[in-house]
Each structure stands twice: as structure tokens, then as C-alpha cells.
Design a protein around this ligand. Structure first.
Ligand code: GDP
Ligand code: MG
Ligand code: K
Length: 300
């Protein structure tokens, strides 16, 4: 190992952008492991996930902030508020946009929010693998008319194209600081949270009907038995009895498929055999009740 040239630098960086621009994909590309949750349906990432990127001269701790979108529920308001609070405290914000889609109302809303925050904002133009190179300049122009971005970095989060450049650019905005996490740690989230998110992900991937935004998953129990098998009991909360039926499916087929897929990923993640039990419960209008939000771990 060579001697680091200067002092060690470290800091927190937030990733924001409307649903589906590739925030989770970028996070996974950077830390090289599947922890952020990916889905074609929007708003899957509801909690913050720290991904930690460590080299010999720097450490970047990423916050995969919940999308800042226009909201019509208490949960939505909560998400915007908590995201804006987190954004004040970071060294830099990566605003991700999808170059293969028109700059839309969702992007504008987020840019308006970012104006309120006193933190350098990078414009990270993602999915460049989907457009011709000459299409990029006009796109950069369009975004730059709305806000003065500190840096503009085109990337393909999926292919990893230009991601190293992005990491180097971020490094220039980090102050001298300690290593917050051990070099081999990539997330500070408990396994329980990741397992709950995996179950949510599988439901979103396997359910056709329009219910996903109204589900929450809670891990009720998790423990290792004498035989080394990890026993996990989880409850899937829905808002209406009809949604319960959709999640369970005919003769329990849908829920069984969700369980199978989630167990598969959990076994890879935890490196042990998993016994997974899933229940579905109706909690009416849970999104609009403060106390229920609190019990599910959303904090102000
Ligand atoms: P998030 O909602 O912002 O976290 O977006 P995801 O990371 O879940 O990505 C949404 C979709 O876009 C997924 O199907 C990804 O595979 C896809 N995607 C993400 N980044 C890229 C990219 O650089 N190129 C292409 N072609 N697809 C991407
Ligand atoms: Mg995501
Ligand atoms: K700041």
C-alpha cells in the first residue's frame, strides 16, 4: 500500500432525484453490492440507506434520501421534511436526472426544494447509455437554466460509465475528517431493515395491481435456531382488505412467490439458511396516522 498523499478526507453525500432516475442503481454501482432497493415502480426507497465508499485517502458516506416529491399524505410531507433536513447537513447533494426522459414537473419540484438548501448540488445526468452523445449538451443547457449546479457529471449508473470521475469530483468537496465507518463496512443499517425492504421489493416486483404505495413491512422476529437456520417473521401491512387478497393471491400463490424470492436474496445476504414466515394484516389508512408511522420506525 502506498502512503496517502494528504490528510484523510470524509463526509456525507445525499442522492436525490425523482423516482426511477437510478439512485439505487448508482448506490449499488458505487458500493458494489445490492443493498439499495431497485424496482421499476416509483418510491421504493422510503428510508435513508447509508452506503459507504472507502479508499485509502477518503470515505464518502451516501444517503439514499427518500424522493422529495409533491405529497398528499402525512407520510409524503414527512418524507419531504426529513429529506430537506438531511440535505442541510451533507457536504454535497447529487441531483440525479434521467437524460432519456424529458425534464418534467417532478425534476422541477426537486430543483425548487434544492434552492432552499445551502449545500453544493451536483447535476448527475444518468442513463447516458440511452442517448446519443450529441444530445447531452442541449440537456445540460435545459437543467442549467433552472439552477446553478456546482458540477455537471454525465454517467451511466447501470454500466458504471464515468462513475469513477464522479467519485473523484465528490472527493474535492470533502473536508479533512475521520473514517466514520470501518473500511469493510458498506451499510450501517441493521439486517432487519434490509430484510424488510427486500420483502417490499419482491411485492412491488410481483404485483401487477396498483397497491404498492400503501404497503409497509415490519420484521416481527429474527433469530438463529440451534440448527443455524435464521428464523424471520414479517408482517406486511396493507390499507384495505381487497389489497390483502391481492398480496396473498389465489391459494396463497402470490405470497408464496414473494416469500420464495425474498428468502433467496436473504440467504445470499446473510450467508445462512432462512426460514421465512409472512403474514398480511390490514391497518386502515396507516399512511395518515402519526402513531402508526412512529411504530414503523419513521422519526422526525
Ligand atoms: P431509483 O428509483 O431512482 O432508485 O431508480 P432505480 O435505481 O431503481 O432504477 C430505475 C430503473 O432504471 C431500473 O430499471 C434501472 O435498471 C434503470 N437504470 C438505472 N440506471 C440506469 C442507467 O444508467 N442506464 C439504463 N439504461 N438504465 C438505468
Ligand atoms: Mg431507489
Ligand atoms: K451543507
Amino acid at each position: 500500500m502506498s502512503e496517502p498523499k494528504g490528510k484523510f478526507k470524509s463526509g456525507f453525500v445525499a442522492i436525490v432525484g425523482r423516482p426511477n432516475v437510478g439512485k439505487s442503481t448508482l448506490m449499488n454501482q458505487v458500493i458494489g453490492q445490492k443493498i439499495a432497493i431497485m424496482s421499476d415502480k416509483p418510491q421504493t426507497t422510503r428510508n435513508k440507506i447509508h452506503g459507504v465508499y472507502t479508499t485509502e485517502d477518503k470515505q464518502i458516506v451516501f444517503l439514499d434520501t427518500p424522493g422529495i416529491h409533491k405529497s398528499n399524505s402525512k407520510l409524503g410531507d414527512f418524507m419531504v421534511k426529513s429529506a430537506l433536513g438531511a440535505l442541510e447537513e451533507v457536504e454535497a447533494i447529487l441531483f440525479l436526472a434521467d437524460v432519456s426522459e424529458e425534464l418534467g414537473g417532478g425534476d422541477r419540484f426537486i430543483i425548487e426544494q434544492l434552492k432552499k438548501v445551502n449545500t453544493p448540488v451536483f447535476l448527475v445526468l444518468n442513463k447516458i447509455d440511452k442517448v446519443q452523445p450529441e444530445a447531452l449538451l442541449p440537456i445540460i443547457d435545459k437543467y442549467s437554466k433552472l439552477h446553478t449546479f456546482t458540477e455537471v457529471v454525465p454517467v451511466s449508473a447501470r454500466d458504471g460509465n464515468n462513475v469513477t470521475t464522479l467519485l473523484e469530483q465528490i472527493g474535492r468537496y470533502l473536508p479533512e475528517g475521520p473514517m466514520y465507518y470501518p473500511a469493510d463496512q458498506i451499510t450501517d443499517h441493521p439486517e432487519q431493515f434490509i430484510c424488510a425492504e427486500l420483502i417490499r421489493e419482491k411485492i412491488l416486483q410481483t404485483t401487477r395491481e396498483e397497491i404498492p404505495h400503501s404497503i409497509a413491512v415490519e420484521i416481527e422476529s429474527m433469530g438463529t435456531g440451534d440448527n443455524g437456520v435464521v428464523n424471520i417473521g414479517a408482517v406486511i401491512y396493507v390499507e384495505r382488505p381487497s389489497q390483502k387478497g391481492i398480496i396473498i393471491g389465489k391459494n396463497g400463490a402470490a405470497l408464496k412467490e414473494v416469500g420464495k424470492r425474498a428468502r433467496h436474496d436473504m440467504e445470499r445476504l446473510l450467508g445462512s439458511k432462512i426460514f421465512l414466515e409472512l403474514w398480511v394484516k390490514v391497518k386502515e389508512d396507516w399512511r395518515n396516522r402519526e402513531s402508526v408511522l412512529k411504530s414503523l420506525g419513521f422519526r422526525h
